[in-house]
Design a binder for this molecule. Structure first.
Ligand SMILES: C[S@@+](CC[C@H](N)C(=O)[O-])C[C@H]1O[C@@H](n2cnc3c(N)ncnc32)[C@H](O)[C@@H]1O
Length: 417
């Protein structure tokens, strides 16, 4: 995977024949067009009889002979785990109960699959619910993506026809199948997800809905800068928050997030604040372009903050609409911004917004990724802040994660000179 904002794509065409590694180091060559099911996928010749032996794709039920319920259960068991921060999934075995809860798996479906492995096509390595639930989900890590896609293609070939349009199980199977296929296509082609953000010093994880990135809506993905900034702000509130409230007396603190996207920074701030002081001492806006705000509102509600946090449109090219509705020009005590610079106009627009909305004694917390492509824009941002009489009172470099791996970031704390 890559940072889409580097606008760098690399399509690797798979030309090698698929290779299936079996025990006894005897690889079988599969030509790309050959169906997995035709390789006598369920002939139990390839593994030892040891109950605890690991399984591979040949242990998956035969698409030709298994019922749709059995295949559906397999597809559900192969769902990815809940996504936390930008971490890759862990290969941890889970109990039957944990799997049923985390994968939303109905016990009846699981019983069908158990029946397959005990009665219809006995397999000692999978003859209990415990073995099924601990081994099948791990196939996502044990078997190559190409082999699983081969299995999915065989399922699609069998069930994708009009005769099945009224069969509820098959419709569910096809829906599950398309998710499994698209999950293998990188973040920009993935189906919508709920990602959970866990922060140190914050009691509850923050769930965020990220729609599928089928359009150019960059605010539908949560970016690594916002995780770094959120942790920094939560830690800050955790240690110095009391002094902030003490110094503001009766006045409500006003907080504005610019270009919130899915809302992680504003929602982390609001959640920590609520945890410490409740909701009556602060007014907070998370803002973005119109096409992003619908999802942003959804995330405010998902975090049960709809009575506290306002998700509104604030277009940096037309801030007057926001001012006409809410006022607050030069009134925000805190401005939060993560990853706002990825075009030549952005530095000017962002500095304009800080000039327009930051109170004379306010502080802006800005986090930007150090993308090679936007070095000039970062330099321009620095010059414009200087020209507009802003001072940088703190600056840290750090390293964090995004969907494609490690990224370097720069934090700046900005005030009026
Ligand atoms: C790279 S994303 C970062 C989103 C979020 N802050 C994060 O870090 O996850 C940039 C955000 O800036 C918003 N944005 C870009 N141009 C904007 C404009 N003219 N007015 C308001 N928001 C804008 C985008 O819609 C997007 O949500």
């Amino acid at each position: 995977m890559f940072d889409p904002l580097d606008l760098y794509t690399f399509d690797e065409i798979q030309t090698e024949p698929l290779q299936l590694s079996l025990v006894k180091n005897k690889p079988i060559q599969l030509s790309p067009g050959r169906q997995l099911d035709e390789t006598s996928a369920n002939e139990d010749i390839h593994q030892s009889d040891d109950d605890d032996a690991i399984i591979d794709n040949l242990d998956l039920p035969s698409v030709r002979y298994a019922s749709p319920e059995v295949i559906l259960c397999i597809l559900i068991l192969l769902r990815p785990d809940r996504q936390v921060n930008f971490n890759r999934e862990t290969k941890k075995c889970k109990s039957v109960l944990e799997i049923c809860i985390s994968h939303g798996l109905e016990p009846d479906l699981l019983k069908n699959l158990l029946n397959w492995y005990t009665e219809e096509w006995p397999n000692k390595r999978l003859n209990s619910m415990e073995k099924i639930c601990s081994k099948i989900p791990l196939l996502r890590f044990m078997v190559s993506k190409e082999l699983l896609l081969g299995y999915y293609t065989t399922v699609l070939k069998k069930y994708n026809n009009n005769d099945n349009s009224n069969d509820e199980t098959i419709q569910q199977l096809l829906k599950e199948l398309s998710s499994r296929v698209s999950e293998n296509c990188g973040r920009t082609a993935q189906p919508s997800i709920i990602r959970y953000f866990e922060l140190k010093n914050l009691n509850n994880a923050i769930p965020l809905y990220e729609p599928s990135l089928t359009a150019d809506n960059l605010g539908w993905k949560t970016w690594g800068s916002s995780l770094i900034l959120s942790q920094l702000l939560v830690d800050y509130l955790h240690t110095v928050g009391v002094h902030i409230t003490a110094s503001c007396n009766q006045k409500k603190i006003k907080v504005l997030e610019l270009g919130s996207g899915t809302g992680l920074v504003g929602l982390s701030w609001a959640s920590k604040w609520k945890e410490l002081y409740g909701t009556d001492k602060m007014e907070i806006f998370v803002t973005d372009l119109p096409e992003i705000v619908t999802n942003l509102k959804k995330n405010v509600s998902l975090n049960n903050l709809q009575d506290f946090v306002q998700a509104e449109i604030l277009d940096w090219t037309n801030p007057q609409d926001f001012i006409d509705r809410f006022g607050h020009e030069n009134e925000f005590d805190i401005i939060l911004v993560a990853d706002p610079i990825y075009s030549p106009q952005h530095p000017e627009w962002v500095v304009n917004m800080i000039s327009k909305f930051l109170a004379p004694s306010g502080t802006c917390h800005l986090e930007i990724p150090l993308r090679a492509k936007y070095a000039k824009e970062r330099e321009l941002l620095k010059l414009l802040l200087n020209d507009n009489n802003f001072g940088v009172i703190k600056e840290y470099h750090s390293e964090g994660m995004d969907d494609w791996g490690a990224v370097k970031y720069l934090y700046r704390q900005i005030v009026h000179n």
